[in-house]
Ligand binder design. Sequence first.
Ligand code: AMP
Length: 247
Amino acid sequence: MRLILLGPPGAGKGTQAQHLVAKYGLVQLSTGDMLRVAVKAGTPLGREVEHIMASGALCPDDVVVAIVENRIEQPDARKGFILDGFPRTVAQAQALDRMLSKHGLALDAVIELKVDEAALIRRIESRIAEMTAQGRQIRSDDNPEVLHRRLAAYREQTAPLIAYYRRHGLLRSVDGMQTVENVAVEIDRALDELPKQGKRPSRAIGKKSAQVRKMRRPKAGRKTRGAERSGAARKAKLKAKPIKRRR
Ligand code: AMP
């Protein structure tokens, strides 16, 4: 199964991804985590994105697309994965479509966690306050000012993906304001409702699946150009018109 978890920062994508990892044995591919590892390790990539991440803005598309492509080619991602925090722009979604179709893969669903922004801000602010009171380390981009910028980036650059994936018939929306357990139940239900493997037409965006092509193939006998070319139609035509023999 190949899934995308879509939602603003703090919507609970990471928590729900862990539930899906445990339930379906998928790997969680979080671009935020991968970028943080690079920053911590001080790699050239890490140094390039450090200040961008700290400001709450999005990193360049080509940078994140390259790390995702490299990651989905790893053997552990073969049995399926959950993309958490990627794609975040329409350009990234289009790059993902190209990348998957190049590898003969397709997405099964995009789960949107729908949340109320004002409630989300309150939720994150109280989490930050709690962690600070406990003396726990908080992320450098986990402060109210940066949070507002990350939410604005979501609204402007990522939210258009909701319409993008709805158009492709992949979107499943879940109320993310419920308890963690109830959100997980709703996600499970949405995934259970997906057509079962094998019966499902491929969702490779931009490519017609074999099943769709088969469904559209004209039946023999219909008066279409395709039917004219089919063997059955040709035989019927020969029967109707006796061939004149030359003497
Ligand atoms: P996250 O942990 O997913 O909230 O990501 C933390 C930060 O990493 C974001 O605020 C961005 O600066 C950067 N980031 C993560 N994923 C992406 C992505 N797909 N595209 C651009 N920037 C990203």
